[in-house]
Design a protein around this ligand. Structure first.
Ligand code: NAD
Length: 248
């Protein structure tokens, strides 16, 4: 019997990277999974694992509310959607700021608010949010907006955990170091000119990790499954660092 047998799980940004790896890991643990992404085409292939796929832009409040009402009542909500802006306090624009907070923070407010009533009525559940080691845990160069939004995710997580601790709902977040995903490839490419080459830009990301390698999305999914499953029922309000030694 899987560790999530009988559980109804909902994942945002499941088209690629950590969200996709987690949707697959949930299904492998026996969960009934709804995988969502802004780009429906990226969800291709997940149905083969018994996963329900749904186009969902987490910036669309009405669509979020409808998707969660239709999918629910949920046992597990994994808020994975987020964007990594590369900027400083001086280069960040108003538009960047508004978009970064809307996607990385506000969307979690909307999904959690939509999921909670049915989750509480069902007797409880687990909410897992995507933060980053780059947050209130540590600073990183050129990550002004990103680190600011991901620190807010930790505050949001602790608030939800506090409010619902007596009603069976747990809320935790993970704080990864650098994970080898499609969007990391884009960030490497964006830094290639400054670093001298694509290889040098990639090597700079690897060098941040004390283990001398990047994480895999599957290593992140393993932690998300733990936080989602009954084995972690005494864990709530935590920001769990999973960073290959970046913060050592
Ligand atoms: P990714 O960035 O490669 O893919 C992101 C996915 O999100 C894409 O499938 C995209 O279509 C989807 N998406 C974008 N905007 C959306 C929206 N408005 N609504 C719904 N879906 C949307 O994936 P990743 O690198 O695994 O990152 C996932 C999360 O993990 C992000 O929150 C990111 O900040 C966080 N994270 C990543 C790393 C890393 O090194 N990759 C490290 C720490 C935290």
């Amino acid at each position: 019997v899987g560790r999530l047998a009988g559980k109804r799980c909902f994942v945002t940004a499941a088209g690629q990277g950590i969200g996709r790896a987690t949707a697959l890991a949930y299904a492998a643990e026996g969960a009934s999974v709804v995988a969502t992404d802004r780009e429906a085409a990226k969800l291709a292939g997940l149905e083969a694992s018994g996963i329900e796929c749904l186009a969902l832009d987490v910036l669309d409040d009405a669509a979020v509310a409808a998707a969660i009402a239709n999918a629910g009542p949920l046992d597990v909500l994994f808020n994975c959607a987020g964007f990594v802006h590369q900027n400083t306090i001086e280069t960040c624009t108003d538009a960047d700021w508004n978009f970064g907070f809307a996607l990385n923070v506000r969307s979690m407010w909307q999904t959690i608010r939509a999921a909670l009533p049915a989750m509480v009525a069902k007797g409880g559940g687990s909410i897992v949010n995507m933060s980053s080691a780059c947050s209130s845990v540590k600073g990183a160069p050129n990550r002004f907006l990103y680190g600011t939004t991901k620190a807010a995710v930790i505050g949001l997580t602790k608030s939800v955990a506090t409010e619902y601790v007596t009603r069976g709902v747990r809320c935790n977040c993970l704080c990864p170091g650098t994970v080898d995903t499609p969007s990391l490839g884009e960030r490497v490419a964006a830094n290639a000119a400054a670093a001298g080459s694509l290889e040098a830009a990639r090597a700079a990301f690897v060098a941040r990790q004390a283990m001398g390698r990047l994480a895999t999305a599957e290593e992140m999914a393993a932690l998300v499954v733990y936080l989602s499953a009954p084995e972690s029922t005494f864990v709530t309000g935590q920001a769990i660092v999973i960073d290959g030694g970046w913060t050592l």
